[in-house]
Ligand binder design. Structure first.
Ligand SMILES: [Zn+2]
Length: 230
């Protein structure tokens, strides 16, 4: 089966601009028949097995459509850097894409493209297979983006952000903070006490701060994060 999809990719070099690619992915998921029935039956018919393999790819797409593109972009730029985004846009709706096609699509030299692709690979966000090009005689890598891993990373990132925010709110609620009138530096009570309530920067007196607005702001941020993290 992989062989088939490779030749398909080569024969039909899809030239889609970044914008179109994003748009395409926002299309609501077409009803995909779940492989449930297939997996329940211990079918041993070879034909069915092949069907199952094709079907197995669908749930990933379904999950992906639930996630906003923005979120996946968040993961890619957060983990791999923004320069990796064009590759993601090119790979997201395709299978087994030749590294040369990618290089052309992102308008980068093949060496730069490869190093970007290896960044995906290092973070388990893409896989590749190597195939010998029959005409040219050299090896070409064909790449696949790993959406499941991106979702996994996204959830992990979100969880970490929520935890950090919770800790920060807890710290704001359980501590008193101080600052001089020049707003040089914000310090907590222990630190203020240590330096005898004198600003470490300008030497002015440190005054207690009302952090209720900060707590409110952080609370809103936390709710926002929780809202889209299911
Ligand atoms: Zn100061």
């Amino acid at each position: 089966m992989p062989k088939k999809s490779v030749s398909k990719t080569i024969k039909k070099p899809v030239k889609i601009s970044e914008k179109t690619t994003i748009k395409t992915s926002k299309k609501p998921a077409k009803k995909t028949s779940k492989p449930k029935a297939a997996s329940k039956k211990p079918a041993k018919v070879p034909k069915l097995k092949a069907e199952k393999q094709i079907e197995a790819k669908k749930p990933a797409k379904k999950i992906r459509n639930k996630l906003d593109d923005k979120m996946t972009e968040d993961v890619i730029s957060g983990v791999l850097g923004e320069e990796a985004l064009p590759i993601f846009y090119h790979l997201m709706d395709k299978e087994k894409v030749s590294e040369f096609e990618i290089a052309e699509a992102i308008k980068k030299d093949i060496h730069i493209t490869r190093s970007l692709l290896y960044r995906f690979f290092e973070h388990n966000l893409a896989t590749f297979i190597r195939r010998k090009d029959k005409q040219k005689g050299w090896y070409v890598c064909y790449w696949d983006f790993k959406q499941e891993e991106a979702i996994h990373l996204f959830r992990k990132m979100k969880k970490e952000r929520i935890e950090a925010l919770n800790q920060r709110i807890e710290r704001e609620k359980t501590n008193d903070f101080y600052m001089c009138r020049n707003a040089c530096k914000r310090v907590d009570f222990d630190r203020a006490f240590q330096i005898q309530f004198k600003c470490p920067e300008c030497g002015d007196l440190l005054n207690p701060l009302d952090n209720s607005r900060t707590i409110e702001f952080l609370g809103d941020k936390l709710n926002e994060l929780k809202k889209d993290s299911n």
